[in-house]
Every structure is written in structure tokens, then in C-alpha cells.
Write a protein that binds this ligand. Sequence first.
Ligand SMILES: N[C@@H](CCC(=O)N[C@@H](CS)C(=O)NCC(=O)O)C(=O)O
Length: 214
Amino acid sequence: MKLYGYFRSSATYRTRIALNIKGIAWETALVDLRAPTSAQHAPQFRAVNPHGLIPVLEDGAHTLTQSLAIIEYLEETHPEPPLLPRAPAERAQVRALALAVACDIHPLNNLRVLDYLRSALGADDAAVNAWYAHWIALGFSALEKDAGRLSGDGRHLYGTTVTLADVCLVPQMANAHRFKCDLVPYPTLRAICAHLEALPAFARAAPQAQPDAQ
Ligand SMILES: N[C@@H](CCC(=O)N[C@@H](CS)C(=O)NCC(=O)O)C(=O)O
């Protein structure tokens, strides 16, 4: 499989974790998001994904986009070990936690949104950082409460095994660290991430472990 990605991209980081958990080998096609390269805007990459976003996974004849769709594809094609529980209500809970990160937090803090705040709306670094921290605080405070209710052991966001919810949480926490957000109010989320980050599948997927990390 070929994964178009970039070491700092948290949506790619999610996908790397899932590939590792499933024991799938892949090669990376680097899409350097940093200006002035901004490879996501290059015509060659737009031909692969017109949305200009990573990750993209190529599996044989299939070109797949959207990290959660990709991960569910991996779940269906490589069911072991599962990232979703079996019971429908439990699956819905895990998906809801994953979507809280992937749909409600991450898109507001994505690179193109931060770039737009700067270039079109004239926000300075302080304003952009405040924006970033605001959406992290809103999302993480709710997830901290969710974790109190749904984590089975204080080491996983849901239940007692690694799920799609954990796969989404860890990269978002890494980004929040990078943007120096105040994470003191989220002891449960921090404990969960500390446990998960030490697992080999997560450690090998970490941004700093990628060949393009600088
Ligand atoms: N919902 C998409 C989000 C993908 C996404 O936003 N990727 C970011 C990197 S984490 C990106 O490519 N950003 C490029 C840009 O903002 O220009 C997914 O889960 O795959």
C-alpha cells in the first residue's frame, strides 16, 4: 500500500497507527505541507486528491481518501485486531468519540483554516494560537468527561482495548502539545495518551519517528 502523507499531519498519523495495529506494510509518498513547498496544492497531487488533503491511501487499483473512511476500509479488509467493538451501540459510541475529534476539533484547527485566519482575516500569531487553544479546550473538556464515563481502565478512551477513538485522540493530543495548549485540565486524556503512545504501533506512527521528520 502507498500512503500519501506528511509526518506532522494528524490525519495521516491516525492512518499510520491503524496500519501498524493491523500489521500492514506501506510505503510513504511524501506530501510536504510546509510553505513554500505546499505540495497539497500541486497539480500532481490534486490529480490524486482534488480536495488537496492528506492522507490518501493507494491499495492496488483503489485510491482512498478521508482518514476515517480509510481506517474503516482497513478494519473491513483486515479485521484483526478489531478497532471497533462488536455490539452496535458500542460501535456507535466509539465512532462518536472518533468523530468528536475528526469532525468537531480537527477541521477547525487545520492548516488551511489557520492560513485563512492569517491571510484573509489578518489574524496575528497570538490570535491564531488563541483560536487553536479555544477549539482544543472546548473539545477536550467534553472528551475528558466522556473518558470518565466510557474508559474502562483510564488507559483507553473507550473500554479496555485500543479502538478507533484512541487512534484519533493521540494525534490530536500531539498537535495540542505542539501548539502549547494548556492540557492540565485533562488528566484522564493525558494518562490515556501516555499509555497509548508507548505502544509499538503508536510509537512507530509518531511524527518524530517518520523519515521526513525534521
Ligand atoms: N477529514 C480529513 C482531513 C484531512 C486533512 O485535513 N488533512 C490535513 C493534514 S492533517 C491537510 O491535508 N491539510 C492541508 C491543508 O490544510 O492545506 C481526513 O480525516 O482525512
